[in-house]
Write a protein that binds this ligand. Sequence first.
Ligand SMILES: O=P(O)(O)O[C@@H]1C[C@H](O)[C@@H](CO)O1
Ligand SMILES: O=c1cc[nH]c(=O)[nH]1
Length: 312
Amino acid sequence: MANLKESELKELEIEERCLRLSNPHLLPDEDDVLYHFGLTKHSTDLPVVFGDVRFVCTGGSVGRLACVAQEIATSLGITDGSDRRNLCNSDRYCMYKVGPALCVNHGMGVPSLSIMLIEVIKLLHHARCKNVTFFRIGTSGGLGLEPGTVVVSNAAVNCELKPIHVQYVLGQRTERPATLDQKLVQELLEIGSTLPFPVATGATMCADDFYEGQGRLDGAFCEYSMEDKFKYIQTLFDAGVRNIEMESVCFASMMTRADVRGAIVCATIVNRFDGDQVAIDKATIKQFETRPMDLVIAYIKRHWKKPEVSAS
Ligand SMILES: O=P(O)(O)O[C@@H]1C[C@H](O)[C@@H](CO)O1
Ligand SMILES: O=c1cc[nH]c(=O)[nH]1
């Protein structure tokens, strides 16, 4: 140990680190109801069922995460049917555990994402998982990018362009730092450069809604002009924002609080300088959605060794 470099020690430390909870009211011997998954700590042997999870893949829709589970099973040669077994006993989310990967959708927007993330973080903490990396595999609106470009976020900012997630707790405005693991960003970009579609990096802005919060002109209500809209998205672009979605700052802030690595990898499905409506057909959207999956699954493949099957 003595001759290990600082960075190697840090790496080793991450390898051994569980997900960090910081809540004195969660008592180790008490049960814990993960209500939105329909699971409880004591009803399942969590370390047995989830203890080998190393990667969490999430994204908005159920269909996409079911597809991610199947793609991971194919890619890692897992044929036990786990990619089609939804472990979630509620209709709020879907959850597939495929080898080292847990695939859970998060719905749309920060409130839905935060419920899912908190319950997954508790689940994996109870399961005593180590060295877990989270990936948000999403869609987004691009700024100045050809639709279908995949953005690996190097920063997550709120609508005021600050790298923080604002949360109101007991009526108090609280700011949580939203930072992303830059080493992970670089490795994802390196993998992305080998794939047959455009990959970019930049800041991702997290909006609280899809329409006015993203400067769209096609919502039910709009009190600003087209000129105002273009001025706003130009300001975002000049500040380094390359795509807009609805989960990034909360996702990044939760990774920071749980002391785990996380990355945000989103396909752009519209270039907001060209318009607001997502006018591409369903098949093209589906094709674009598989691109971030391909990138993240290539990373997982690189970082996972299939356990030796015991001779007995
Ligand atoms: O992961 P998804 O595709 O759900 O991410 C974006 C942000 C919102 O959740 C949703 C809005 O269309 O798409
Ligand atoms: O423009 C878009 C596209 C997908 N998701 C968003 O939040 N915005």
